[in-house]
Design a protein around this ligand. Structure first.
Ligand code: FO1
Length: 319
């Protein structure tokens, strides 16, 4: 069985732990198509937060509380940079994490595409799933917001980390999306999938930038496989992160139904065939979608694997 997962960072990584556990039981292989909209150049290195969160989490090296960066991290370089007044001082660049960015930057500068760089980094971490960036091209999420120095576009990382999404924000722009191409393997993975899962990631700044890659959304809607979404909102609140603030920017209610409606039913021009909501959202309805309630708290790998089994079952039931 071939499972393809569209995923962002922290929530996507936790979800993929469960997908991997479920796949081990049923003998499936997994391809994760991961968001690159968070990616940024900082201090001269290329940082890929969502790819790294997935790689470190599945490689057993992620800091469990933060969900990003490495366990047992130190911040010597960060404090030395600050001593020089080298901006951005607001970004948490860890010493161990920096090695990943240095290797990535050296390979990118040598001409390797991001997908090849990711494969090389994964040789060390052995995540147990194939990790593909949504695109090898530059696609960055920027936010148009009212900042202390006026209204302007700011990179997602600054919006998210420096301003904590607490500035009046007009919209998100996926810079470079119009000329980006799906990374090698992405379209084939979608075409050959037996099941596609949309992880409980931030629908606005993690899933939408994946779908913004020209050709990717069409490949998803044309896929023979059932497409099942997992709600990132439980009882009207995001499980973690700031999906509520992101949904407000695009005018979507912060509810399981709101996100289901944002994704939409494939039969009606959307991307999903079915949608898993938390037990507390039992009774949620999304036009054109088969909706089922199941416990969605990813408290541990077993709980998440049970979620995945429910999604697989729902996909089959739909078929
Ligand atoms: N998130 C923060 O809230 N503060 C940070 O200082 C921070 C540093 C950081 C460094 C490397 C990395 O891969 C991720 C990092 N993140 C940080 C998370 C990052 O902002 C992600 O884009 C968000 O978590 C959204 O997925």
């Amino acid at each position: 069985m071939r499972i393809v997962v569209l995923a962002g960072g922290i929530g996507g990584a936790r979800f993929l732990l469960g997908v991997r556990a479920h796949a081990a039981e049923v003998g499936a292989d997994i391809t994760a198509v991961v968001n690159v909209g968070d990616d940024a150049w900082m201090h001269g290195v290329r940082i890929c937060p969502d790819l790294d969160s997935v790689m470190y989490t599945l490689g057993g090296a992620a800091d469990p509380e933060r969900g990003w960066g490495r366990a047992g991290e130190s911040w010597t370089v960060k404090s030395e940079l600050a001593a020089y007044g080298a901006e951005p001082t607001w970004f948490g660049l860890g010493d161990k994490d920096l090695a990943t960015h240095l290797v990535r930057t050296r390979m990118l500068n040598a001409g390797y595409p991001l997908s090849a760089v990711t494969e090389a980094l994964c040789a060390r971490w052995q995540p147990g799933v194939r990790l593909l960036p949504a695109t090898d091209d530059r696609l960055e999420t920027h936010a148009v917001a009212e900042l202390p120095d006026g209204r302007r576009a700011v990179h997602f990382q600054e919006w998210w980390v420096r301003y904590r999404a607490e500035v009046p924000t007009e919209r998100f722009v996926f810079v470079g999306a119009e000329s980006a191409k799906p990374a090698p393997g992405v379209l084939d993975a979608l075409a050959g999938a037996d099941l596609v899962l949309v992880a409980p990631s931030n629908p606005v700044v993690s899933i939408a930038p994946i779908l913004a890659v020209p050709g990717l959304r069409d490949a998803l809607t044309a896929a023979a496989a059932p497409v099942v979404g997992v709600s990132p909102i439980i009882g009207g609140a995001p499980v973690r992160g700031m999906a509520d603030k992101c949904l407000a920017v695009v005018g979507v209610p912060c509810t399981a139904e709101g996100v289901g409606g944002l994704y939409g039913a494939r039969a009606e021009g959307g991307i999903l065939d079915a949608y898993l909501v938390d037990s507390s959202d039992e009774g949620a309805r999304v036009p054109g979608l088969a909706v089922r309630a199941a416990p969605l708290w990813m408290t541990d790998e077993r709980a998440t694997a049970a979620m995945v089994a429910a999604a697989v079952d729902l996909a089959g039931a739909r078929g």
